[in-house]
Design a protein around this ligand. Structure first.
Ligand SMILES: Nc1nc2c(ncn2[C@@H]2O[C@H](COP(=O)(O)OP(=O)(O)OP(=O)(O)O)[C@@H](O)[C@H]2O)c(=O)[nH]1
Ligand SMILES: [Mg+2]
Length: 189
Protein backbone atom coordinates (compact mmCIF):
# COMPACT_ATOMS: atom_id res chain seq x y z
CA UNK A 1 0.00 0.00 0.00
CA UNK A 2 3.07 2.24 0.35
CA UNK A 3 2.75 5.39 -1.74
CA UNK A 4 -0.92 5.01 -2.70
CA UNK A 5 -2.05 8.10 -0.76
CA UNK A 6 -2.72 10.73 -3.42
CA UNK A 7 -1.18 14.20 -3.23
CA UNK A 8 -4.53 15.96 -3.64
CA UNK A 9 -5.71 14.42 -0.35
CA UNK A 10 -2.64 15.74 1.44
CA UNK A 11 -3.48 19.16 0.11
CA UNK A 12 -7.14 18.83 1.09
CA UNK A 13 -6.18 17.82 4.61
CA UNK A 14 -3.77 20.75 4.92
CA UNK A 15 -6.47 23.19 3.78
CA UNK A 16 -8.94 21.70 6.28
CA UNK A 17 -6.37 22.20 9.05
CA UNK A 18 -5.86 25.82 7.99
CA UNK A 19 -9.57 26.63 7.92
CA UNK A 20 -10.53 24.84 11.14
CA UNK A 21 -9.74 27.58 13.69
CA UNK A 22 -12.60 29.67 12.25
CA UNK A 23 -15.12 26.80 12.29
CA UNK A 24 -17.87 26.47 14.93
CA UNK A 25 -19.31 23.08 13.96
CA UNK A 26 -18.11 20.13 11.90
CA UNK A 27 -20.51 17.98 9.89
CA UNK A 28 -18.86 14.61 9.44
CA UNK A 29 -20.62 12.79 6.62
CA UNK A 30 -20.55 9.01 7.04
CA UNK A 31 -21.97 6.25 4.85
CA UNK A 32 -24.95 4.78 6.76
CA UNK A 33 -24.01 1.33 5.46
CA UNK A 34 -20.53 1.54 6.95
CA UNK A 35 -20.56 4.11 9.78
CA UNK A 36 -17.46 2.65 11.40
CA UNK A 37 -15.35 2.05 8.29
CA UNK A 38 -16.24 5.41 6.73
CA UNK A 39 -15.05 7.40 9.77
CA UNK A 40 -11.63 8.89 9.00
CA UNK A 41 -9.47 8.67 12.17
CA UNK A 42 -7.29 11.48 10.83
CA UNK A 43 -10.28 13.84 10.66
CA UNK A 44 -11.43 12.74 14.12
CA UNK A 45 -8.04 13.79 15.48
CA UNK A 46 -8.14 17.15 13.68
CA UNK A 47 -11.66 17.97 14.86
CA UNK A 48 -11.64 16.60 18.40
CA UNK A 49 -12.13 20.06 19.95
CA UNK A 50 -15.18 20.91 17.80
CA UNK A 51 -18.83 20.01 18.22
CA UNK A 52 -19.78 17.56 15.50
CA UNK A 53 -22.92 16.53 13.67
CA UNK A 54 -22.51 12.97 12.43
CA UNK A 55 -24.59 12.76 9.29
CA UNK A 56 -25.29 9.21 8.15
CA UNK A 57 -25.81 9.59 4.41
CA UNK A 58 -27.36 7.03 2.04
CA UNK A 59 -29.85 5.97 4.73
CA UNK A 60 -32.04 4.79 1.84
CA UNK A 61 -29.51 2.04 1.12
CA UNK A 62 -28.88 0.99 4.73
CA UNK A 63 -30.69 -1.29 7.18
CA UNK A 64 -33.06 1.06 9.09
CA UNK A 65 -32.78 -0.83 12.39
CA UNK A 66 -28.96 -0.79 12.34
CA UNK A 67 -29.01 2.86 11.37
CA UNK A 68 -31.20 3.70 14.38
CA UNK A 69 -28.70 1.94 16.64
CA UNK A 70 -25.78 3.87 15.16
CA UNK A 71 -27.60 7.20 15.52
CA UNK A 72 -28.33 6.44 19.19
CA UNK A 73 -24.70 5.45 19.75
CA UNK A 74 -23.31 8.67 18.24
CA UNK A 75 -25.98 10.84 19.91
CA UNK A 76 -24.81 9.64 23.32
CA UNK A 77 -21.28 11.00 22.75
CA UNK A 78 -20.38 14.43 24.18
CA UNK A 79 -20.79 17.47 21.91
CA UNK A 80 -22.17 15.16 19.24
CA UNK A 81 -25.49 14.91 17.47
CA UNK A 82 -26.38 12.36 14.83
CA UNK A 83 -28.89 12.26 12.01
CA UNK A 84 -29.52 9.70 9.27
CA UNK A 85 -30.72 11.03 5.92
CA UNK A 86 -31.16 10.30 2.28
CA UNK A 87 -29.00 13.23 1.31
CA UNK A 88 -30.47 13.53 -2.16
CA UNK A 89 -33.86 14.39 -0.59
CA UNK A 90 -33.62 18.06 0.45
CA UNK A 91 -36.67 17.76 2.72
CA UNK A 92 -34.74 15.38 4.97
CA UNK A 93 -32.11 18.07 5.56
CA UNK A 94 -34.42 20.69 7.08
CA UNK A 95 -33.35 20.05 10.69
CA UNK A 96 -29.67 20.56 10.00
CA UNK A 97 -29.37 24.38 10.33
CA UNK A 98 -31.07 24.30 13.73
CA UNK A 99 -28.88 21.40 14.90
CA UNK A 100 -25.81 23.41 13.85
CA UNK A 101 -26.98 26.38 15.92
CA UNK A 102 -27.61 24.14 18.93
CA UNK A 103 -24.15 22.58 18.63
CA UNK A 104 -22.45 25.95 18.13
CA UNK A 105 -24.05 27.56 21.15
CA UNK A 106 -24.28 31.35 21.22
CA UNK A 107 -22.36 33.14 18.46
CA UNK A 108 -22.20 36.89 17.87
CA UNK A 109 -25.45 38.10 16.40
CA UNK A 110 -23.69 39.75 13.47
CA UNK A 111 -22.12 36.62 12.03
CA UNK A 112 -23.09 33.23 10.62
CA UNK A 113 -22.49 29.93 12.37
CA UNK A 114 -19.56 28.50 10.40
CA UNK A 115 -19.93 24.85 9.47
CA UNK A 116 -17.41 22.66 7.68
CA UNK A 117 -18.58 19.53 5.88
CA UNK A 118 -16.00 16.79 5.74
CA UNK A 119 -15.67 13.08 5.17
CA UNK A 120 -14.31 10.38 2.90
CA UNK A 121 -14.64 10.68 -0.91
CA UNK A 122 -17.98 10.08 -2.66
CA UNK A 123 -20.08 9.95 0.53
CA UNK A 124 -22.46 12.80 -0.34
CA UNK A 125 -20.82 15.99 0.99
CA UNK A 126 -21.52 18.11 -2.07
CA UNK A 127 -25.01 16.64 -2.41
CA UNK A 128 -25.59 17.86 1.15
CA UNK A 129 -24.32 21.36 0.32
CA UNK A 130 -26.69 21.59 -2.66
CA UNK A 131 -29.64 20.29 -0.62
CA UNK A 132 -29.00 22.79 2.16
CA UNK A 133 -28.55 25.67 -0.28
CA UNK A 134 -31.63 24.71 -2.28
CA UNK A 135 -29.73 25.01 -5.56
CA UNK A 136 -26.91 23.28 -7.42
CA UNK A 137 -23.71 25.07 -6.53
CA UNK A 138 -21.37 22.14 -5.96
CA UNK A 139 -20.55 19.53 -8.57
CA UNK A 140 -21.55 15.99 -7.55
CA UNK A 141 -20.94 12.57 -9.13
CA UNK A 142 -20.69 8.90 -8.28
CA UNK A 143 -16.90 8.72 -8.21
CA UNK A 144 -14.26 9.85 -5.70
CA UNK A 145 -12.49 13.24 -5.90
CA UNK A 146 -15.27 15.15 -7.68
CA UNK A 147 -14.74 18.15 -5.38
CA UNK A 148 -11.29 19.68 -5.90
CA UNK A 149 -11.32 22.65 -3.52
CA UNK A 150 -13.18 24.19 -0.61
CA UNK A 151 -16.32 26.15 -1.41
CA UNK A 152 -18.25 28.30 1.07
CA UNK A 153 -22.00 28.86 0.76
CA UNK A 154 -24.43 30.82 2.91
CA UNK A 155 -27.60 28.76 3.31
CA UNK A 156 -29.75 31.22 5.25
CA UNK A 157 -30.78 31.02 8.88
CA UNK A 158 -27.38 32.54 9.74
CA UNK A 159 -25.48 29.43 8.69
CA UNK A 160 -22.54 29.23 6.26
CA UNK A 161 -21.27 25.83 5.13
CA UNK A 162 -17.96 24.90 3.55
CA UNK A 163 -17.71 21.92 1.19
CA UNK A 164 -14.35 20.11 1.21
CA UNK A 165 -12.72 17.48 -0.99
CA UNK A 166 -13.00 13.91 0.32
CA UNK A 167 -10.09 12.67 2.40
CA UNK A 168 -8.96 9.14 3.25
CA UNK A 169 -6.07 8.27 5.52
CA UNK A 170 -2.65 6.97 4.48
CA UNK A 171 -2.73 3.52 6.02
CA UNK A 172 -6.03 1.64 6.12
CA UNK A 173 -4.94 -1.10 8.52
CA UNK A 174 -8.17 -3.05 8.70
CA UNK A 175 -8.64 -5.06 5.48
CA UNK A 176 -12.38 -5.48 6.07
CA UNK A 177 -12.68 -1.69 6.28
CA UNK A 178 -10.59 -1.27 3.13
CA UNK A 179 -12.91 -3.63 1.30
CA UNK A 180 -16.04 -1.81 2.50
CA UNK A 181 -14.55 1.55 1.49
CA UNK A 182 -13.76 0.24 -1.99
CA UNK A 183 -17.26 -1.23 -2.34
CA UNK A 184 -18.84 2.09 -1.29
CA UNK A 185 -17.01 3.93 -4.09
CA UNK A 186 -14.68 5.92 -1.84
CA UNK A 187 -11.65 4.48 -3.62
CA UNK A 188 -11.35 4.63 -7.40
CA UNK A 189 -12.07 1.35 -9.23
N1 LIG B 1 -28.70 6.56 -2.85
C1 LIG B 1 -28.13 7.67 -2.39
N2 LIG B 1 -27.18 8.30 -3.12
C2 LIG B 1 -26.61 9.40 -2.62
C3 LIG B 1 -26.98 9.94 -1.36
N3 LIG B 1 -26.21 11.04 -1.14
C4 LIG B 1 -25.42 11.18 -2.21
N4 LIG B 1 -25.65 10.20 -3.12
C5 LIG B 1 -24.94 10.00 -4.39
O1 LIG B 1 -23.58 9.72 -4.09
C6 LIG B 1 -22.73 10.23 -5.13
C7 LIG B 1 -21.63 11.07 -4.53
O2 LIG B 1 -22.16 12.29 -4.05
P1 LIG B 1 -21.26 13.60 -3.88
O3 LIG B 1 -22.13 14.59 -3.17
O4 LIG B 1 -20.62 14.01 -5.14
O5 LIG B 1 -20.13 13.06 -2.88
P2 LIG B 1 -18.91 13.86 -2.24
O6 LIG B 1 -18.79 13.39 -0.84
O7 LIG B 1 -19.06 15.32 -2.45
O8 LIG B 1 -17.67 13.28 -3.08
P3 LIG B 1 -16.20 13.94 -3.37
O9 LIG B 1 -16.38 15.37 -3.69
O10 LIG B 1 -15.68 13.15 -4.52
O11 LIG B 1 -15.42 13.69 -2.12
C8 LIG B 1 -23.64 10.98 -6.09
O12 LIG B 1 -23.92 10.13 -7.18
C9 LIG B 1 -24.89 11.25 -5.26
O13 LIG B 1 -26.07 11.36 -6.04
C10 LIG B 1 -28.01 9.27 -0.60
O14 LIG B 1 -28.38 9.66 0.52
N5 LIG B 1 -28.53 8.14 -1.17
MG1 LIG C 1 -17.86 16.65 -3.36
Amino acid sequence: MLGWYPGHMNKARRQITEALPEIDVVIEVLDARLPYSSANPMLAELTRHKPVLKLLSRADLADPERTREWVAFFDAQPETRALAVTTTLARELKRIPRLCHELAGPVRADRDVRVMVMGIPNVGKSTLINGLAGRTIAKTGNEPAVTKRQQKVRIGGRVAVIDTPGVLWPKIEDQASAFRLAASGAIRD
